[in-house]
Design a protein. Structure first.
Length: 347
């Protein structure tokens, strides 16, 4: 599969411990195969009732091109080690999921001393791969669950959704940063501004935007586009707005847009989550789970994108980082899948 490294059943079995009398997700999800084309893998999964395609983009060139920290390369592996170890039961059988693998990025990674201009050029090369692979996944009818990598990949995902659905996309992003920075070369801070300029982004709402982590120039650009936001301070500090009322407002506007919905979450919004821009003043993981579930259940989501987790950045070391990011991402994946399946039953 071009630019895609399959995650095989043999690999997955090395990550889990099986017990008699139990069935775990590792035993029930679908997998890709090394010598099978992407189109064949997707068609086979669809014929076997799969609905979601879990895929990783393990890279940190986007955050580093944004002059941030590296380390956002191992989130997919950490997540699969936890997710596939969960039980297959009446709440989630696992047959709904295809675990595809990761987009090839090793040839695009550059040494720590690399110039920002070289990193930004490689982000453009990565954009092309993301668009190529994700457009095909979305066109097949599967919903991608994308585990990053930097938030730069929002651009490729939005472009893919526009290509697959033949219309602009409405995006909601739980993130202290709007990622609507100037188009100065591709990096993790301007995926949405590039998508807006390219005609893929039709509506944009930022939830939890930090009032002092976005430049005035960025805010002006976002305002000129028609973007909206609820700030972190207004909900979690000053308590002027409840999370419930903010989500109700966002859901109504997403549905009014009559566009497919991009559900975005930057893991650095969550308190002390290992990431390229981790924060001590963030939101609780439980609120992030509620956000994902609510948007997934009540809007026509095209995909879920979980960006910026960086296990290597955990203060207690990479092993602790693997556990924390893996458990958190696993819960977020389940919140999304459960919301989408409930939405289907409601519909």
């Amino acid at each position: 599969m071009q630019h895609l490294i399959p995650f095989t059943e043999q690999q997955s079995r090395k990550l889990v411990s099986l017990r008699d009398g139990e069935t775990k997700l590792v035993q029930t999800v679908h997998y890709g195969a090394e010598k099978t084309s992407l189109s064949e893998t997707l068609a086979k999964a669809r014929s076997n009732q799969a609905r979601f395609a879990i895929i990783g983009i393990g890279e940190d060139i986007g955050p580093r091109a944004n002059l941030g920290r590296g380390g956002a390369t191992d989130a997919f592996n950490s997540a699969m080690a936890q997710f596939l170890n969960l039980q297959s039961n009446r709440f989630l059988s696992g047959k709904e999921c295809l675990v595809l693998g990761q987009i090839e990025t090793s040839d695009l990674q550059l040494p720590d001393c690399a110039d920002a201009s070289d990193l930004r050029q490689n982000v453009e090369h990565l954009d092309a791969r993301v668009i190529s692979v994700l457009s095909e996944i979305m066109a097949s009818g599967l919903e991608p669950v994308v585990i990053g990598g930097g938030h730069n990949n929002a651009y490729g995902l939005l472009m893919s959704a526009k290509a697959a659905f033949k219309k602009k996309v409405a995006a909601v992003n739980l993130d202290p940063h709007s990622d609507f920075r100037p188009r100065e070369g591709r990096h993790s801070g301007n995926g949405f501004s590039y998508a807006a300029a390219s005609g893929a982004l039709g509506y944009y709402h930022v939830l939890g935007m930090h009032e002092l982590k976005n430049s005035e120039e960025t805010l002006e650009q976002l305002t000129a586009f028609g973007g909206e936001w609820h700030t972190f301070q207004s909900i979690w500090v000053r308590r002027e707005v409840t999370l419930k009322s903010a989500l109700e407002n966002i859901i109504a506007k997403l549905n009014d847009s009559q566009m497919p919905v991009a559900l975005e979450l930057d893991l650095d919004a969550i308190t002390n989550m290992p990431s390229s821009a981790s924060t001590a003043a963030g939101i609780p993981l439980l609120d992030a789970l509620h956000y994902v579930h609510s948007i997934a259940r009540h809007t026509p989501c095209a995909y879920l994108h979980l960006a910026e987790a960086a296990p290597a950045c955990h203060v207690a070391g990479i092993a602790a980082g693997y556990r924390e990011t893996g458990q958190s991402i696993s819960e977020l994946i389940y919140a999304y899948i459960q919301g989408r399946l409930q939405s289907q039953r409601i519909g």
